[in-house]
Design a binder for this molecule. Structure first.
Ligand code: UD1
Length: 363
């Protein structure tokens, strides 16, 4: 019997590990699949609700690490995760995405000579000011198996000299969750609960430090949202980091009353809001991909994206450099000027199965 530990830490990890967990159930005779939650995200609305929505079992390990500076958070995860690795002696650990838990756990395992698989490898924004970019590069450099979502990832890894035998284009596990839960999302009551009409609102998410931690940028974004709110209702589920900062900046009271601010929203209801939005404004990585899959118009309020396929073939427009341009593009979409898009290769709901098949052969 082989043993694998998959790591989750922050909100964008849960929908990636859920389909992997399910895929490894097909190998339950030969592989034991264990889930470790670092506790990087811990609020009910940032963590527990996702376990329920995604039908994930209670994690086998919960490290309870919580918030802190980058060094504190990363170090705490490493100290706690090392104890589990020494105890469990897994044959492989799986990390997903690019959060601090991803690099912390892969680094801990690599130093103990335990093999590491990175799911969502090879993505690069080219912006070393993003903590996630540092996490991505370092995790890829110590991984034994690199599972890639889009072709740019293959090119980036080749360019960095990663042995192509370790690299597999397997598609997007987050899209596996989307495909699986779309029928459930279609029966969500969130629109009735919020008294909004499908197809007639703008959905906003913002949480990147470069957007929400800096006063001047936060003011510009507040102005942009207020202009758009003159045309349509805006639904803005607020990340705790954004709420905290924008409260300190006294920006919350300055938002147009057509902007509905809510707490973070669970997976199924948020998927329903995404699918039925007329337009999405975001700085998230995952939402760029989900909107591309669903063919929903998306404007990304960042200066770079590590997911270029969403711009090249999808419905995403990258317009964070110039918020005046972003405003014009948003108003154009609301006037019916839509960007056509297609679904990227292998984003078909079967990525986790491909990954489990490869791993079961290799370990
Ligand atoms: C982290 C990831 C980011 C990801 C995002 C999704 C890193 C470096 N960043 O950013 O890539 O896009 O998650 O949400 O790993 N907080 C709470 N409750 C929680 C979690 C956080 O109130 O359950 C607050 C705390 O004040 C905390 C702050 O949010 O200090 C930031 O949390 P943290 O996990 O450090 O980073 P995120 O901004 O969430």
């Amino acid at each position: 019997m082989k043993k694998i530990i998959s790591v989750v830490g922050a909100r964008p990890n849960f929908m990636k590990v859920a389909p992997l967990h399910k895929a490894f159930q097909n190998y339950s005779d030969t592989i034991e699949h264990i889930i470790c939650h670092t506790g990087q995200h811990y609020d009910e609305k940032m963590s527990k609700i996702f376990f329920e929505d995604l039908e994930l079992p209670k994690p086998d390990y919960y490290l309870g690490v919580g918030s802190g500076s980058h060094a504190e958070q990363t170090a705490k995860v490493m100290i706690e995760f090392e104890k589990i690795l020494i105890d469990e002696k897994p044959d492989l650990i799986i990390v997903v995405g690019d959060v601090n838990s991803t690099i912390a756990c892969s680094l801990t395992a690599a130093k103990l000579h335990i093999k590491v698989a990175h799911v969502e490898a090879g993505l690069r924004s080219g912006d070393m000011k993003m903590p996630e970019e540092i996490n991505r590069i370092l995790t890829d450099s110590i991984s034994d198996y690199l599972f890639v979502t889009e072709k740019s990832g293959l090119n980036n890894l080749e360019h960095e000299g990663v042995d192509s035998e370790k690299v597999f284009l397997t598609g997007n596990v987050m899209i596996d969750s989307l495909v699986n839960y779309l029928p459930k999302a279609d029966s969500s009551s969130i629109h009735a609960d919020m008294n909004i009409s499908k197809g007639e609102y703008v959905l906003v998410t913002l949480h990147r430090p470069s957007n929400v931690d800096i006063l001047e940028q936060a003011i510009k974004l507040k102005d942009l949202l207020n202009t758009i709110a003159e045309e349509r209702k805006i639904i803005f589920p607020m990340h705790p980091r954004t709420l905290q900062n924008w409260r300190n900046f006294n920006l919350i009271d300055m938002l147009n009353s057509n902007i509905i601010i809510t707490e973070p929203i669970g997976y199924i209801d948020f998927l329903s809001l995404t699918k039925n939005a007329e337009l999405i404004l975001t700085d998230s990585g995952g939402i760029q991909e989900e909107s591309t899959y669903l063919g929903v118009q998306c404007i990304t309020l960042r200066t770079s994206t590590e997911r270029p396929i969403t711009v090249e073939v999808g419905t995403n427009q990258l317009l964070g450099n110039d918020l005046g341009k972003a405003q014009d593009a948003a108003l154009n979409v609301l006037n019916g000027q839509l960007k056509k898009g297609q679904i990227p290769e292998l984003w078909d709901g079967n990525s986790a199965k491909r990954i489990a098949d490869i791993i079961s052969e290799k370990i």
